[in-house]
Design a protein around this ligand. Structure first.
Ligand code: FAD
Ligand code: GLY
Length: 376
């Protein structure tokens, strides 16, 4: 019997398991259908972009910013814990425009963002090329988002996995969960391809595959769909310093000299196939931003399935009507960015899970009773 069982060992599940272990707790198990960390989280670009695409300071922006702000501490802690440097790079992100129309759109966006309090610096063309000399001379405008950073997501996954190994978290790979076992309205375990696993509390962090899991005899009440993203990668040497965003895609320079170019956004079901069309479109996009990429070798191409909930927002919280069952999915394009705060929220929930006693014995039951009896 585990204290906590996490279904899904992507960035969300692994980050949650680590946070739960750091908070104390008993035996923890992570179950993954394949190999931990090798799905969407491995395919990602690692951008921590809370600001560049934001239109307003809403709850999502607040959560993205708060999560980004947890990264410096997370990077330090993971280095201490695992000796792996997750290569948090705080150089910032540059948004670049081509042509008059895109320049006008960028100018409108940055002035609206400034009004809402987002930190963005409009760049003259001279400043733009001083910061990024490899950009195409056809770039007409630019803006710097100093708080949009990046991290080497594959190193992050490797560090989280190593943390799990070093801290006696039980990892069961190649084990698919089909159903959560519900007993008297309470989650008590899971049925897997390798038998039952019992646990006191269960977290579902299964990304794009979440809707396949049954809750007892019922379907998952949340629909999560896959949105395929394909990326390509160029050989070094490095010519960029910042992450560069354009309306058609982005470039992410890595410390090892490689540059990632992404990404497509495709509704192709659970199909991870790589296509020539995507490679050609990404190569053209990259070459438009930096002509040097037209002469570079494309050394890799990959894809991943982003978990998209109906409204495009993350789904984090208890499943109504079933106690001791928590859902953390739907992170769509921001799962790497949102992993630290999702982990904190899940750990917080797990700490409070015994609030069932407060519901039964807390003083507010008298107020509830008065309300039910019309206050007489
Ligand atoms: P996943 O990493 O997909 O992990 C889910 C895990 O659950 C998998 O390991 C799977 O095997 C397991 N699983 C599923 N079903 C079961 C089951 N029934 N039983 C057991 N195990 C199961 N985000 C950013 O923040 N910044 C970026 O720059 C960024 N770039 C991206 C670029 C691309 C091309 C893509 C595709 C995504 C990008 N994202 C980015 C989004 C990010 O990758 C995702 O939001 C994030 O990885 C989701 O994490 P996850 O742990 O929920 O899902
Ligand atoms: N956040 C980048 C992507 O999903 O492509």
């Amino acid at each position: 019997m585990y204290e906590v069982l996490v279904i899904g060992g992507g960035v969300i599940g692994l980050a949650i398991a680590r946070e739960v272990r750091k908070a104390g707790g008993g035996a923890i198990c992570i179950v993954d259908e394949g190999e931990c960390g090798r799905e969407a989280s491995w395919a990602a670009a690692g951008m921590l972009s809370a600001d560049v695409d934001a239109h307003e300071i809403d709850a999502l922006h607040g959560m993205c910013s708060a999560s980004r702000d947890l990264y410096p501490q997370l990077a330090e802690e993971l280095y201490e814990e695992t000796a792996i440097d997750i290569q948090l790079d705080r150089t910032g992100t540059i948004a670049v425009a081509f042509g008059i129309k895109q320049a006008a759109e960028l100018s409108k966006r940055t002035s609206e963002q400034t009004k809402t309090g987002i930190e963005v610096l409009t760049l003259s063309r001279r400043e733009l090329f001083e910061l990024e000399p490899a950009l195409s001379l056809e770039a007409t405008a630019g803006a710097l988002y100093p708080n949009d950073w990046q991290v080497e997501n594959r190193k992050l996954l490797t560090a989280l996995r190593r943390y799990a190994d070093l801290n006696a978290l039980d990892i069961r790979e190649n084990t698919r969960v089909g159903r959560v076992i519900i007993n008297s309205g309470r989650a008590v375990g899971v049925e897997t391809t390798r038998g039952r696993i019992l646990a006191k509390r269960i977290v579902i962090a299964t990304g794009a595959w979440t809707s396949f899991i049954k809750l007892g005899d019922d379907e998952m009440p949340v629909v999560v769909q896959p949105v395929r993203g394909q990326m390509i990668c160029f050989d070094g040497p490095q010519v960029l310093r910042h992450v560069v965003h354009s309306p058609d895609g982005y470039l992410v320079p890595r410390f090892n000299g490689r540059t990632l170019a992404g990404a497509t956004s495709e509704r192709a079901g659970f199909d991870n196939t790589l296509t020539d069309d995507a490679r050609i479109a990404l190569l053209e996009m990259a070459t438009r931003i930096g002509p040097v990429f037209g002469e570079r070798k494309v050394i890799d191409q990959w894809s991943g399935l982003r978990p998209f909930a109906e409204d495009g927002l993350p789904v984090i919280g208890e499943i109504p009507g079933i106690s001791r069952l928590f859902l953390a999915t739907g992170h769509y394009r921001n799962g790497i960015l949102l992993a630290p705060i999702t982990a904190r929220l899940a750990a917080e929930w797990l700490r409070q899970v015994d609030r069932v006693y407060f519901t039964r014995f807390g003083p507010d039951r008298f107020a509830r009773r008065s309300a039910n009896t019309g206050n007489c």
